[in-house]
Design a binder for this molecule. Structure first.
Ligand code: UP5
Ligand code: MG
Length: 191
């Protein structure tokens, strides 16, 4: 299979923790392929298809889109690319999704977790809301996104911690400081 030689890095963290920001910096330095599950879902919403409308409703509630949809979008995006290392940003968001991806694609080599308290996340997201145009960047949906993260995604973080694949990085300092720790994690696991 085309993806059997790929290196997978899962990039996890609460809403607004800086997953996208750090992935952009990783791409600039290392040239990896960045796939944000949220961005892929938002592209589907933009198409205005029935599937897009279903996804839109789920995201507005801060809930998780069914696993087969997200895995299919990720897989298709990966197969379009020839590169060896993939940054999978914002996925898997629950244990079942981790299992599905590992079975259908392959297990990750590294899982980065950007750790950040909720008050900092809320401030960032409300600031971004002024310009993001994201329908989930409002106080009510942000609260729901936090709850989904704690209930569903933290167990994934703990799962990979037990497997020794997790690198936990504080996402509180400015982006360039966070990136120093990101570089260390990448170079240790993928260098
Ligand atoms: N910022 C970034 N880093 C900073 C720093 N160190 N110091 C100060 N400010 C910093 O950053 C957020 C904001 O903070 C920006 O303004 C940035 O400048 C600033 P960003 O890099 O965008 O953070 P990120 O973690 O990417 O935040 P995002 O909002 O994208 O995270 P979410 O996890 O909430 O969003 P995502 O797009 O991944 O998912 C959205 C929804 O899609 C989910 O709620 C869910 O409904 C659905 N979804 C699924 O169902 N399944 C999936 O697999 C994926 C998504
Ligand atoms: Mg993002």
């Amino acid at each position: 299979l085309a993806l059997s030689g790929a290196c997978i890095v899962f990039v996890l963290g609460g809403p607004g923790s800086g997953k996208g920001t750090q992935c952009d910096m990783i791409v600039k330095k290392y040239g990896f392929v960045h796939l944000s599950a949220g961005d892929l879902l938002r592209e589907e919403v933009k198409k205005g298809t029935d599937l897009g409308k279903e996804i839109e409703g789920i995201m507005k509630e801060g809930n998780l889109v069914p696993t087969p949809i997200t895995v299919k979008l990720l897989r298709e995006a990966m197969e379009k690319s020839s590169s060896g290392t993939f940054l999978i940003d914002g996925f898997p968001r629950e244990i079942h999704q981790a299992e599905a991806f590992e079975q259908e694609v392959k297990p990750p080599q590294l899982v980065i977790f950007y750790d950040c308290p909720e008050d900092v996340l809320l401030e960032r997201l409300l600031k971004r809301a002024k310009t993001s145009g994201r329908s989930d960047d409002n106080k009510e949906t942000i609260r729901k996104r936090f709850k989904t993260f704690l209930d569903c995604t933290m167990p994934v973080v703990e799962h990979y911690e037990r497997q020794g694949l997790l690198v936990k990085i504080s996402a509180v300092p400015p982006p360039d400081v966070v990136f120093k720790d990101t570089e260390k994690a990448i170079e240790k696991a993928c260098g």
